[in-house]
Design a binder for this molecule. Sequence first.
Ligand SMILES: Nc1ncnc2c1ncn2[C@@H]1O[C@H](COP(=O)(O)OP(=O)(O)OP(=O)(O)O)[C@@H](O)[C@H]1O
Ligand SMILES: Cc1ncc(COP(=O)(O)O)c(N)n1
Length: 277
Amino acid sequence: MPDEAINSTIQTLTIAGTDSGGGAGVMADIKTMQERHVFAAAVVVAVTAQNTIGVQDFMAMPKKMIDEQFASVASDLKIRACKTGMLADVATVEAVVENLKKYDLGTLTVDPVMIAKGGARLLSEDAISTVRDKLLPLADILTPNLPEAEELTGIKIEDRDQMVVAAKKLQAMGVKNVLIKGGHQTESDRSADFTLLENGQSFWISAPRIDTVRTHGTGDTLSSCITAEIAKGADVQTAIRTGKKYVQATIADGIQVGHGHGPLNHWAKITDEEGVK
Ligand SMILES: Nc1ncnc2c1ncn2[C@@H]1O[C@H](COP(=O)(O)OP(=O)(O)OP(=O)(O)O)[C@@H](O)[C@H]1O
Ligand SMILES: Cc1ncc(COP(=O)(O)O)c(N)n1
């Protein structure tokens, strides 16, 4: 069989940490990609002992194991789009950067995960500059939340105008398309995200803020949905709009799992009543 036929199914890859509680990280990514009807592969760079209450422990994978997973995936599969999530520490970020440069893994979305909803650090402080200097220039799409955008730019973001300023600064650092997520802006009744595209166009997408603690893995779910849509051929703007609608549906049609920040309902269906605009 010709190679194009062997690998004709649309394939995506997540490069991230696992969540034993099933709500975030690699688990949220694979569930999202599956629901969006693309095949999902995974390079696990860290393992967390985690549930909806918090992160009890984590361990980063040795570089050799990261390299081997990349080699296994790249030598057999045909990845059209990939994303990064939790990257733990300097050595892990550097290993991921080296492999992303070595292999063609399609369009790259970087979700610069730093601190879990429960407060645990998932990226060591000294690795923030490594992400900024070495990973960001490889990113086609960057999806920081507000605290992550602040860390990466040094700008204190207190209103929508500063989200725009921060997005411009991130683009100047070498990222093509920047999506700053407003999920942490709790004073508004709408959760508003700002996107600055490679061609200079920009837009806001907002949706009704849902009053719930069951929002574990929202960022992972959004970036994985974007990755899946890009792999299927969507342009960046369309992929982001679909991502926002999907996240809204997974929060709105909630499930009851765990005592803390519960996971999303990844089998929720996007409807026209999502209120996303
Ligand atoms: N309570 C909520 N109601 C509606 N939308 C929300 C809510 N919380 C977050 N969102 C949306 O979810 C998406 C992810 O944003 P958020 O700022 O929560 O990312 P994050 O902090 O990286 O997520 P996580 O770290 O949990 O993976 C954004 O589109 C945001 O607007
Ligand atoms: C392995 C892993 N990756 C990402 C997150 C962020 O998700 P959240 O901010 O909802 O805790 C997490 N908790 N764990």
